[in-house]
Design a protein around this ligand. Structure first.
Ligand code: HAM
Length: 434
C-alpha cells in the first residue's frame, strides 16, 4: 500500500528545501537590520485564543481551523496564523511590563488552514512575519510596511504592488458597517451565499467577494474613506506622506478589508504577478490592531502592527522569475577511495575535513577514478580527493579542482591549510550565479 500525503500538504525536499532555507535566512537577515527578535511559539494553542483573536466572523474561525479535543478534553487548535500566539506570549510573559516597548518580534513556521487547495493555497503552509507590540505610533505602521517592502526588494522582485487602505477606528467602522447594510439591503438576496452570511456577520467582508456578478454591485458601494473619523483620516494621510517621502510606491485600494477581524486603521497587502503570468494571491499582508492585545488579556490601550508573508507563494514567484540561487556547489569536497585498501583512509580524511568545518561527503567504498568523478559531479562537489595505494604509501592526497579540472598532489599534513587557502573559513556552499 502506498501512503499519500494529506490533501493540501506538500513535501519540501532537496533543492526546494535549500531554497526555502535561503528565503527564510534572507528575510531573517533583513528583519535583524531593523532589530527584530526571534520568537518561537507552539504550533498548538487553546482553540479559544484564535476564536477570540482572529474573530468569530472570520472564515478562518468559521470553517478553516484544525480543532480537536486532546486526551485531557482540552479544545486545541493547530495555529491558523501567528499574530494571536505572539500576543499571547507577549501577555503571558508580561513583556509589556519588563521590557522597553515596543517589542519587535519575528517568527516563521508552519500554519494550518482547512481551505480548498488550489494555486498558491495549501492546508499546511509556512509563514514568516513580524509583530510590533506595545505602540500606537504611526511611525511603526510605516516601519512595518517599509520593512515588508525592503524584504521583497532584497529578493530582487521588481514591480511589487503594495495595496493599502484604512479601516479607521471603531466609530469609523460602525458608521461604515451601517452604510454598507443600507446599501446592500436591496441587493443581498441576489448575491452569493458567502455574501449573505457576511451581510449578517461582518458586511465589510462583502467587499472581498470575488464573484463577478457581485463585484458589479460592490463597485457602487459606499467607500470607507468617506466614513473615517477626522482622526483616522489624518493618521492614514500621515502614513501615506511617510511612504511618499521614503519613495515606497503604493495603491490605495478601498475594497481592501482583510479576512481577519482584528484590524483597525491601516491594512496592507503585497501582490506580484510572476513573469509566467501567475498570480498566487497576496504574497504578504498585515495591518494595525488597536484592541487585540487587550482582548487577549493584556493591558488596555496597547496596540500593535504586523504582517506575514506566505513562504510558498514567495518561493513560487521567485522560481517562476528565476530569482532563486543557482546551486553551483553543494559540497566542498567529495572523497573517493580508488583502492579497496583505501576505504579507511577515505573515512579518516572525510572526518578530518569535516572537523575543520568543510562540507564533505564520501561513501567510503572503492570506485574507479572515472566513476568517482561522475559521483562527485552529480553531488555538485567543488573538489574531489582521490586516495589509492600510491597516496597512502607516499603520505599524499590527489586533489582535483572540478571547476577547472586541475589536479595536484598535496602532502597529507598540508591538506587543511590548502583548503583554508582555497575556501576560507567562511566559505559559502551555495554560490550566487556569476
Ligand atoms: P493572512 O493574510 O491570513 O494574514 O496570511 C498572510 C499570508 O499568508 C498571505 O498573504 C499569503 O501569502 C499566505 N497564505 C495565507 N493563506 C495561505 C494558504 N492557504 N496557502 C499558502 N499561503 C497562504 C495573517 O495571517 C495575519 N496574521 C498577518 C498579520 C500579522 N497581520 C498582522 N500581523
Amino acid at each position: 500500500m502506498e501512503y499519500q500525503n494529506v490533501k493540501g500538504t506538500h513535501d519540501v525536499i532537496l533543492k526546494e528545501a535549500n531554497d526555502y532555507k535561503y528565503i527564510v535566512d534572507l528575510m531573517s537577515e533583513v528583519v535583524s537590520l531593523f532589530d527584530y527578535h526571534l520568537f518561537h511559539v507552539p504550533v498548538i494553542e487553546n482553540a479559544n485564543l484564535f476564536q477570540r483573536g482572529v474573530g468569530a466572523s472570520s472564515d478562518i474561525v468559521r470553517k478553516e481551523m484544525y480543532t480537536f479535543l486532546d486526551k485531557g478534553e482540552r479544545l486545541i487548535s493547530l495555529r491558523p496564523e501567528f499574530t494571536a500566539s505572539i500576543i499571547r506570549s507577549f501577555n503571558n510573559n508580561k513583556l509589556y511590563a519588563t521590557m522597553d516597548l515596543p517589542i519587535k518580534a519575528y517568527y516563521h513556521g508552519p500554519v494550518f488552514r482547512y481551505e480548498r487547495p488550489q494555486l498558491g493555497r495549501y492546508r499546511q503552509f509556512d509563514q514568516f512575519g513580524i509583530e510590533i507590540l506595545g505602540t500606537n505610533s504611526l511611525y511603526f505602521d510605516a516601519e512595518a510596511i517599509i520593512l515588508g517592502y525592503t524584504i521583497l526588494k532584497q529578493f530582487n522582485l521588481e514591480d511589487v504592488t503594495l495595496k493599502i487602505n484604512s479601516l479607521g477606528d471603531e466609530t469609523s467602522r460602525n458608521n461604515y458597517r451601517q452604510a454598507l447594510k443600507d446599501y446592500f439591503k436591496d441587493h443581498i438576496d441576489n448575491m452569493c451565499n458567502d455574501c449573505k452570511s457576511r451581510y449578517e456577520l461582518n458586511p465589510l467582508r462583502i467587499l472581498d467577494c470575488k464573484v463577478k456578478e457581485d463585484q458589479e454591485i460592490i463597485k457602487n458601494a459606499p467607500k470607507i474613506y468617506d466614513y473615517l473619523t477626522e482622526e483616522s483620516k489624518e493618521r492614514f494621510e500621515h502614513i501615506k506622506e511617510i511612504l511618499d517621502e521614503n519613495h515606497i510606491p503604493y495603491e490605495v485600494d478601498d475594497n481592501l478589508v482583510r479576512g481577519l477581524d482584528y484590524y483597525s486603521q491601516i491594512v496592507f497587502e503585497f501582490h506580484y504577478t510572476s513573469k509566467k503570468g501567475f498570480n498566487y494571491g497576496a504574497i504578504g499582508a498585515g495591518g494595525h490592531y488597536s484592541n487585540l492585545i487587550n482582548e487577549l488579556g493584556g493591558p488596555k490601550d496597547m496596540q500593535g502592527v504586523g504582517f506575514s508573508f506566505g513562504v510558498e507563494r514567495l518561493y513560487s514567484i521567485l522560481k517562476d522569475d528565476d530569482l532563486l540561487l543557482d546551486e553551483q556547489y553543494l559540497l566542498d569536497v567529495y572523497v573517493a577511495s580508488i583502492d579497496d585498501n583505501a576505504n579507511l583512509s577515505a573515512f579518516n580524511v572525510s572526518n578530518l575535513l569535516r572537523i575543520h568545518g568543510l562540507k564533505v561527503d564520501s561513501d567510503y567504498t572503492f570506485h574507479k577514478p572515472g566513476s568517482a568523478i561522475k559521483i562527485a559531479i552529480r553531488k555538485k562537489a567543488r573538489y574531489l580527493i582521490f586516495i589509492g595505494l600510491d597516496e597512502i604509501e607516499n603520505n599524499v592526497l590527489t586533489v582535483k579542482d572540478l571547476s577547472n579540472q586541475e589536479q595536484i598532489q598535496i602532502k597529507y599534513e598540508d591538506l587543511i591549510n590548502y583548503f583554508y587557502d582555497k575556501l576560507g573559513f567562511n566559505h559559502k556552499h551555495i554560490e550566487e550565479e556569476e
